[in-house]
Unconditional design. Structure first.
Length: 392
């Protein structure tokens, strides 16, 4: 929580330092000395409240300071920021609107206040108003990187991927920072939309655009694999999915089922077995182990599958592998032992039931299904499988 308030603290510290000078211009030396001491003391009390996460007391104190010294822009910016963080967006909007209406604001102060007001609108869900404000700031080349980032966030929320691409490229040119990974994800979103609408040509075009931006785009290869498979081009689909395995094996749970289906349709089960064996050596998760056990059960018999699972469990303990082993043994046990196996299976099922299988490595958001964009922090490509005995 403290990290959320650090920018606000840096904003308020200069106010505390400058308060003596401001009051010194308006009072006699003797009177101002007392007021300076009191004002500085109150500022640091407010900072202490923030550090101790006592937002109510901080707001009460800063409101009094704003009444005492109405010309202090930083105090009003700090107040608006506090209101927004607390979810009191209406109050934040009023503070920033009143600040912008002041005739004596410098261009820099007005620009900062406009940016803050745009953030208020975003928090309130007034995306159209926020978009207009940020677009104006970009047009004026005032705080353009921050305004562009907010615009990109708005277009992502609205799923306007073309505008998101346009503004991400503009941000690249302005800052010199590569946004290739983000832009390739936007192209992939367009490809997914086109594929869902049955427009395969458009889907292929967007996949090509994604590769132009990021030649190692995992998601573009996966979409291409699905597209080739749906068109009956199973050899090309296998090539696309195997390329994903070379790029990032963390996505194995997402592409392994369609890849195995392509192997089966082209009668390449030996190639499938070799792929799984190589993958088990490189991948610490349980997904390839379970897939190979199922393959052995089909091609070599259940005894071989049980033997393989027993050996795998010794090397890498896994609740999911144990459940698969129990299921296989259930088919060949006596009625008396069957009840014990069922109890054991219920217990193992409870260990994994309701557990998150994926986690964002940036914000820690947990999910049962994979997301290309984290639903919490909105980062791209950060949601990964959770490894461990009860996970992948």
């Amino acid at each position: 929580m403290l990290n959320e308030f650090l920018p606000l603290l840096f904003l308020l510290l200069p106010v505390a330092a400058l308060s003596g000078w401001i009051l010194g211009r308006r009072r006699s030396e003797r009177t101002s000395g007392a007021r300076v001491s009191e004002l500085s003391s109150n500022y640091f009390r407010g900072l202490n409240y923030l550090l101790n996460e006592q937002q109510d007391k901080a707001i009460e104190l800063f409101l009094k300071l704003a009444e005492i010294n109405r010309d202090t822009v930083e105090t009003h910016l700090a107040l608006g920021n506090l209101f927004r963080r607390r979810g009191e967006v209406d109050r934040a909007i009023r503070v920033h609107q009143n600040l912008i209406a002041r005739p004596n604001l410098s261009d820099e102060e007005k620009t900062i206040a406009l940016l803050e007001l745009g953030e208020d609108y975003m928090r309130a869900g007034l995306l159209d108003r926020a978009e207009v404000l940020f677009a104006d700031l970009v047009a004026m080349e005032a705080l353009a990187p921050s305004a562009l980032r907010h615009l990109i966030a708005i277009y992502q929320h609205e799923r306007d991927w073309d505008k998101a691409i346009e503004h991400a490229r503009r941000l690249e040119r302005l800052t010199g920072e590569s946004k290739a990974m983000m832009i390739s994800q936007f192209h992939c979103e367009l490809a997914e939309q086109a594929r869902a609408q049955g427009d395969r040509d458009a889907a292929r075009a967007h996949i090509g655009d994604a590769f132009l931006v990021n030649s190692d785009c995992v998601r573009a290869s996966m979409i291409l694999g699905h597209l080739e498979s749906s068109e009956g081009n199973h050899a090309a689909a296998i090539e696309a999915f195997e390329r994903v395995a070379q790029l990032d094996l963390d996505y194995l749970p997402e592409f392994l089922p369609p890849l195995l289906d392509c192997y089966a349709r082209t009668q390449q089960m030996q190639r499938a077995e070799q792929f799984l064996l190589r993958t088990i050596e490189r991948h610490r998760g349980v997904t390839p182990v379970l897939a190979l056990a199922r393959l052995y059960a089909t091609t070599r018999g259940e005894d071989k599958a049980v033997e393989f699972l027993n050996e795998s469990l010794r090397q890498r303990p896994s609740v999911r592998a144990l459940m698969a082993l129990i299921d296989m043994n259930l088919r060949n046990v006596s009625d008396e032992a069957r009840g014990n196996y069922l109890i054991l299976r219920d217990l193992t099922q409870q260990l994994v039931e309701g557990k998150a299988l994926y986690r964002c490595n940036r914000c820690g958001f947990g999910a049962k299904a994979h997301h290309w964009q984290c639903p919490s922090c909105k980062s791209w490509g950060t949601v990964r499988p959770i490894h461990g005995a009860a996970g992948e």
